[in-house]
Design a protein around this ligand. Sequence first.
Ligand SMILES: Nc1ncnc2c1ncn2[C@@H]1O[C@H](COP(=O)(O)OP(=O)(O)OP(=O)(O)O)[C@@H](O)[C@H]1O
Ligand SMILES: [Mg+2]
Length: 287
Amino acid sequence: MNDQASALRKLVSDEKSEQTKMRVLAVTSGKGGAGKTNFTVNFALALAQSGKRVIILDGDLGLANVDISFGLTARYTIEHLLTGEKTIEQILLTGPQGIMIIPGGAGVQDLANLERDKIANVLTNLGRLEKMADILLIDTGAGIGHTVTNFLRGADDIVLLTTPEPTALIDAYGVLKTLKKENIKVPIHVVANRVHSESEAQATYKKLETAVHKFLNEPLDLWGWVYDDPLMSRAVMQQVPLGIGSPDSSAYRCIQWIAGTITGVNDHPPRHVEGIKGFLSKLLRPF
Ligand SMILES: Nc1ncnc2c1ncn2[C@@H]1O[C@H](COP(=O)(O)OP(=O)(O)OP(=O)(O)O)[C@@H](O)[C@H]1O
Ligand SMILES: [Mg+2]
């Protein structure tokens, strides 16, 4: 590790703050189209409705999806932050319920593989997020490339979405294998999406758990499930998130229940988290 990076890392990790740390959750899936973006957007809404301040980082490298799901259009992206043209406050979009969105785009790759000359600026800017929100949700791109892996390494929790389809399950298994290979030690929470019953969700989780329990050291649990709901595709078409257009839909109710896992409604004890500073210091690992 070079001197500059180690000095910066020390700065990040030494900074003591009285305030509660922001919890960083990375939402991922093996197979594309498992429902990450819609889950993230509605999860953010459910958390915001419970009084949490939420920021979404649109970690998709390709098409920006999160802003579109909210019916918003991003003017600037993380790329403008990395080039120093804009500050974090200037690129943030504000959505319903005060949810803030960091548009990703092509700059996401650079963020996950920070170049030395950009580190200080990015740290200063992203470090300010800690004061703005309680939860940072990262909607990662599909698959398990280098960028996604770095985000997962930095997170306090990984939310692994899968549908009951065998292909989605095999790809979710692939993600778990990669996490093991890369020695990523972050609790993993499975969400079974597009299920038709609780028993289908449990069976989906069981298949995954049985396949990995021998090699996985990290805790794996089933956080919940989301029903296959035609109102979800309608929400996508209308660019109005389900939680706004159809808050009583079965899918949104499931997502609200999962949000209760974080807000404490579901009786899970609060956990120590490392926050944005922990996240950023892990992004600096390659240096
Ligand atoms: N619970 C659900 N019920 C019905 N349809 C769903 C559900 N979740 C997702 N979908 C459908 O699946 C499609 C893909 O969802 P989404 O865009 O959230 O997936 P993604 O994992 O973000 O995809 P990508 O990997 O391309 O980023 C949506 O257009 C939506 O219609
Ligand atoms: Mg997506």
